[in-house]
Design a protein around this ligand. Structure first.
Ligand SMILES: Cc1cc2nc3c(=O)[nH]c(=O)nc-3n(C[C@H](O)[C@H](O)[C@H](O)COP(=O)(O)OP(=O)(O)OC[C@H]3O[C@@H](n4cnc5c(N)ncnc54)[C@H](O)[C@@H]3O)c2cc1C
Length: 458
C-alpha cells in the first residue's frame, strides 16, 4: 500500500461500475474517501440548467446509496474544489487524490490548479472516453479533424475491458459531510437506471437502430446520453454490452455514434478555442443578425415551422431532443434566423439533460458550417422536406404541437398551404391556433448564402 488514505474525487464518473479512479485508489490505499464538491461557480454558471442539476443531485444520492452498500459513503462539500479538497485532506490525513481525466478547457484548468496547489499525489485515470484524444492520430501525429478517417483508426483500437464494481470500499468513519440535496426530475438518475436502460435498448432497439434512429416519432435511439454525460454509464460497459449482441447494421451504426462522442472530445482537447470561437476562425467574422424576437420565438417553439416547433417544445418540456431534430432546429436558428450558433449552443446547455460541451459544441458548429467535418455552409436544411421525410405522418409534430392534430398529414409540415377556409374547417387557423411563419425559408436561405459567401471561406 502506498497510501493510508486517498481521496477519490468524483466529478462525473458517477458510478461504481468500471470506475478506474476508484479501483486504482483502492489498489494503492488502505482506505479511500469518496468526495464530491459542489462548486458554486458551476452551479451559478448561466449554462447550468436546473434540470441537469436536479439529475446530478439524484445521481449523487444513487451513488451514496451504492457506496453505503459497500461500507462507504459519499462526502459532499460545497465550495471551491481546491479549498475543499485541501481541507478534507487535512482533516483525514489523505495523501493522494484520484479522479477521472477531464477534457473540457475549464475543467482542465481547475484540475491543474488543484494539482499544483495541493500537496497530494495526483492521479488522473481514464474513465470517460473509449479512446483518449492522444491515442487516435494521423500518421504524422496530428489530430483528425474529419470524422470518417478518424473512425477508421478509432475502430482498430483495442478498447479496455470494463472492470467490475468493488465489493467493499473501506472508508474511515466520521468524516463530516453535508446533507445530499434532492432534485426534482422525471428522468431516473444513477447507474442502476443507466444499466437498466442499456439492457432494455440492446435487447429491443439496437438491431434496427440504423434505420429507426432517423425517425423522431419512434423510440429508435438509446436515450443513454445523459448517463454517458455524467458517467453514470461507462462507455466501455456500453460498448461491451452491445458487442455481445449478434452483429447487425444497427449494432455497427450505434457503435459509430460512440465514436462521434470521442471524436468531438478530441476536437475540444486539441482545439480548445472551439469552446468560444469557430473551429475555422474566418467564420468568426460572420455578421449574425441575432434578432431577439426571432430567437425568442425559436426558444418557445413558435416559429410556424412544425418540425422546428415540435423539437423546441420537446426540449423545453423534457430536456431531451431527438438527434435529427437537433440538427434541424440548429440549422434553422443559424441559417434561417441568422442567429449566432453560440446563442443556440448556450440555450441547449441550459435545457438539455445530456448537455455536454464537446458534443453540443460539435453539433452546433457542424450545423452552422463553422466546425470540423462540417456540412458545407451552402447545404441548408429545408424544415418542410426534413419533416416530410423523417416524420411523414406528422406523428412527432402532433405530439408536441397538439394544435396541429386536425391537419391532414399532407399539410402537417406546411399548414400555410391550406387556404384560410380550409384552416377554419379543421379548426387550426394560423395566427390564432398555431403561429404563422416568422420567416420565409427560401428568402432566408438566399440571405444566409450571401452572408456566408461574403466571407470567402469556401
Ligand atoms: C446541435 C446539436 C447539439 C447536441 N448536443 C448534445 C449534447 O449536449 N450532449 C450530447 O450527449 N449529445 C449532443 N448531441 C448529439 C446527439 O444529438 C445526442 O447525443 C443524441 O441525440 C442523444 O440521444 P441518444 O442517447 O438516444 O443517442 P443514440 O443515438 O442512442 O447514440 C448513442 C450515444 O452516442 C453519443 N452520440 C450520438 N450522436 C452523437 C453526436 N452527433 N455527437 C456526439 N455524441 C453522439 C451520445 O453519447 C449518445 O448517447 C447534439 C447534436 C446536435 C446536432
Amino acid at each position: 500500500m502506498q497510501h493510508q488514505t486517498a481521496l477519490v474525487w468524483f466529478r462525473r464518473t458517477l458510478r461504481l461500475d468500471d470506475n478506474n479512479s476508484l479501483l486504482t485508489a483502492l489498489a494503492d490505499s488502505a482506505s479511500v474517501i469518496p468526495v464530491f464538491v459542489l462548486d458554486p461557480m458551476i452551479l451559478s454558471h448561466p449554462d447550468t440548467g436546473a434540470r441537469r442539476v436536479a439529475f446530478l443531485y439524484n445521481g449523487l444520492r444513487a451513488l451514496d446509496a451504492a457506496l453505503r452498500e459497500r461500507g462507504s459513503y459519499l462526502v459532499l462539500r460545497h465550495g471551491n474544489p481546491t479549498e475543499e479538497l485541501g481541507r478534507l485532506a487535512e482533516e483525514s490525513g489523505a495523501t493522494a487524490l484520484y479522479y477521472s481525466q477531464e477534457y473540457e478547457p475549464a475543467g482542465r484548468a481547475r484540475d491543474a490548479r488543484v494539482c499544483t496547489t495541493l500537496r497530494l499525489e495526483s492521479n488522473a485515470c481514464l474513465d470517460h472516453l473509449l479512446s483518449e484524444p492522444e491515442s487516435v492520430k494521423t500518421k504524422t501525429a496530428t489530430p483528425y479533424t474529419v470524422f470518417t478517417p478518424y473512425f477508421r483508426v478509432w475502430q482498430e483500437q483495442a478498447f479496455a475491458v470494463p472492470r467490475s464494481t468493488p465489493e467493499r470500499i473501506p472508508t474511515p468513519p466520521g468524516i463530516a459531510t453535508e446533507p445530499l440535496p434532492t432534485g426534482s426530475t422525471a428522468f431516473p438518475s444513477g447507474e442502476l437506471a443507466a444499466l437498466a436502460q442499456l439492457t432494455a435498448f440492446r435487447h429491443t432497439t439496437l438491431s434496427h437502430y440504423d434505420t429507426d434512429r432517423e425517425f423522431p416519432a419512434e423510440p429508435g435511439t438509446s436515450q443513454l446520453s445523459a448517463y454517458l454525460k455524467f458517467g453514470m454509464l461507462s462507455p466501455r460497459r456500453a460498448l461491451e454490452a452491445t458487442r455481445q449482441q449478434p452483429k447487425s447494421a444497427g449494432r455497427d451504426a450505434w457503435i459509430r455514434q460512440l465514436a462521434w462522442r470521442d471524436f468531438y472530445y478530441q476536437i475540444l482537447w486539441h482545439f480548445p478555442h472551439v469552446a468560444t470561437g469557430c473551429f475555422r476562425p474566418p467564420f468568426d467574422t460572420i455578421a449574425w443578425h441575432n434578432d431577439e424576437a426571432l430567437f425568442a420565438a425559436w426558444q418557445r417553439g413558435e416559429t410556424g415551422y412544425p418540425i422546428v416547433d415540435a423539437g423546441m417544445r420537446q426540449l423545453t418540456q423534457t430536456g431531451w431532443m431527438h438527434n435529427r431534430v437537433r440538427m434541424i432546429v440548429a440549422s434553422f436558428l443559424t441559417k434561417d434566423l441568422l442567429c449566432d450558433w453560440r446563442l443556440g449552443e448556450s440555450y441547449f446547455m441550459q435545457q438539455l439533460l445530456d448537455g455536454d460541451q464537446a458534443a453540443n459544441n460539435g453539433g452546433w458548429q457542424w450545423a452552422a458550417g463553422t466546425g470540423t467535418d462540417a456540412q458545407p455552409y451552402f447545404r441548408i436544411f429545408n424544415p418542410v422536406s426534413q419533416g416530410e421525410k423523417f416524420d411523414p405522418e406528422g406523428v412527432y409534430v402532433k405530439r408536441w404541437c397538439p394544435e396541429l392534430k386536425p391537419i391532414p398529414p399532407k399539410w402537417v409540415h406546411k399548414p400555410w398551404e391550406l387556404s384560410v377556409n380550409e384552416q377554419a374547417a379543421v379548426h387550426c387557423v394560423l395566427g390564432r391556433d398555431y403561429p404563422t411563419r416568422i420567416v420565409e425559408h427560401s428568402e432566408q436561405r438566399t440571405r444566409a448564402l450571401a452572408l456566408y459567401k461574403s466571407l470567402n471561406c469556401g
